[in-house]
Design a protein around this ligand. Structure first.
Ligand code: PLP
Length: 348
C-alpha cells in the first residue's frame, strides 16, 4: 500500500514553509509597508514593484476549470523542471535513495537526480520504445522512491502503453511521475483524469509546448491535494513571477486558438511524416504523438553538420543508446519544414 508520509523525507516533514509578508496579513489595506518593496513604483511596469501571489490562486482556479481537477491538486513551477527538482527533494534522501528512469528519455531526470545526490537506476526501453515491465519491476529496490515515465516520450515521440503504466502504479509504492509535456499533440487522454484512483500518481505538464510559452517558464504538477501541499511547502515562495501569472491568465482565455495551433502542428507533422521516408538518406521515421519526430538517417553526424551549415538546427540524438543514427526534429512552420526537407534532399 502506498503511504505518502512514509516516503517524505524526515527533514521535509519537520520543516515549516516560509511565511511571506502577504501570508501573514489577510484583509483589506491600502498602504503596504510589510514586504520591503519599492512603493514609489517599478521601472519595468505598473505593478511589478509588488511581489506576486505566492499561491497563484486565480491561475490555479482557471487551470482547475480547464483540466477538470481541484485547485488544491495543482502545483505550479518555474517550468516543469522546477517540479522535477522539488519531487526529488521531497522524497529522496541525498546519498541514500534512488530513482528509476527509462532511457532514451528526457535528460533532466538524470541531471536533477545527480544534483540531488540520488542514485540513478535505468531500464532501457524496448526496441519499439515501450516499457519492459518485468525487468522494470525487478529493478525496483527498497530505496527506489520515484519512477519517471515520459509519455509521449522525448526523444522518441511515442506514447507509453496504458496497461504498463497501470501495472507500475499498482505495484510500486513510491511516486510514479508521468511527464505529459507533449500530451496535447497525441491521442491518449491525460492521466489527470485518474488521480483519484492512484495516490502515488504525479502528472507533469507544461505551458512550454502546445501553449507556446517556453519563454515564460510555467510548469504544472497534478497529484493528490496531500502531495501538492508538500510541494507547496518546499517551493520558493514567489516561484511564479507576476508577468507569467498575468500572461498565463490571458492565454487561458484563448483555448480555441490553442486547439487551432495544435491542429496545425499535427497537420505539419503528418506532412513531414509522409515526405521524410521518400528521402534517400532517411532510413526510418518513428511514429510521433508529439511536436517532434525522431528520424533515423544514414549519416546522422554528417546530416546534422550539413543542416547547421544551411542555418537549420535539429537535435542530434545519435549518441543516445537506443537512438543510434537518429536526429530529433521539431515540427516547424510550413516554410521551415519545406526548407528542412529541401536541405535534406540536397545533402543526398
Ligand atoms: C519531457 C519534457 N518534460 C519537461 C520539459 C521541460 O519543460 P519546462 O519548459 O516546463 O521546464 C521538456 C522540455 O523539453 C520535456 O521534453
Amino acid at each position: 500500500m502506498f503511504n505518502l508520509n512514509a516516503i517524505i523525507r524526515p527533514n521535509v516533514q519537520k520543516m515549516k514553509a516560509y511565511s511571506s509578508a502577504r501570508d501573514e496579513f489577510k484583509g483589506a489595506a491600502s498602504v503596504f509597508l510589510d514586504a520591503n518593496e519599492n512603493n514609489l513604483g517599478s521601472l519595468a511596469g505598473e505593478n511589478y514593484n509588488r511581489y506576486p501571489d505566492p499561491h497563484q490562486k486565480k491561475l490555479k482556479e482557471r487551470i482547475a476549470e480547464l483540466k477538470g481537477v481541484q485547485p488544491d491538486q495543482i502545483f505550479l513551477g518555474n517550468g516543469s523542471d522546477e517540479a522535477i527538482d522539488l519531487l526529488f527533494r521531497m522524497v529522496c534522501r541525498p546519498g541514500q535513495d534512488a530513482m528509476l528512469h527509462l532511457p532514451p528519455t528526457y535528460g533532466m531526470y538524470e541531471v536533477s537526480a545527480n544534483l540531488n545526490d540520488v542514485a540513478l537506476e535505468a531500464v532501457q526501453l524496448t526496441s519499439d520504445f515501450q516499457i519492459p515491465i518485468e525487468e522494470l519491476l525487478a529493478q525496483v529496490k527498497p530505496n527506489t522512491k520515484i519512477i519517471f515515465i515520459c509519455t509521449p516520450n522525448n526523444p522518441t515521440g511515442n506514447a507509453i502503453e496504458t496497461s504498463s503504466i497501470e501495472t507500475i502504479l499498482r505495484n510500486f509504492n513510491g511516486l510514479v511521475v508521468l511527464d505529459e509535456a507533449y500530451v496535447d499533440f497525441g491521442q491518449t487522454p491525460s492521466w489527470t483524469t485518474r488521480l483519484a484512483e492512484f495516490p502515488n500518481l504525479v502528472v507533469l505538464q507544461t505551458f512550454s509546448k502546445a501553449w507556446g510559452m517556453a519563454g515564460l517558464r510555467l510548469g504544472l504538477a497534478f497529484a493528490s491535494a496531500e502531495l501538492i501541499s508538500v510541494l507547496d511547502k518546499i517551493k520558493p515562495p514567489y516561484n511564479i513571477n507576476e508577468a507569467t501569472q498575468e500572461l498565463a491568465l490571458e492565454a487561458l482565455t484563448r483555448t480555441e486558438a490553442l486547439k487551432d495551433m495544435v491542429e496545425e502542428i499535427v497537420q505539419e507533422r503528418t506532412l513531414l511524416m509522409q515526405t521524410l521516408p521518400t528521402l534517400k538518406t532517411v532510413e526510418k521515421v518513428f511514429p510521433s504523438d508529439a511536436n517532434f519526430i525522431l528520424v533515423k538517417v544514414k549519416d546522422a553526424n554528417g546530416l546534422y553538420k550539413y543542416l547547421l551549415g544551411e542555418g537549420i538546427v535539429v537535435r542530434n540524438r545519435s549518441s543516445l543508446p537506443g537512438c543510434e543514427g537518429c536526429l530529433r526534429i521539431s515540427v516547424g512552420t510550413l516554410e521551415e519544414n519545406q526548407k528542412l526537407l529541401q536541405s535534406i534532399a540536397e545533402f543526398e
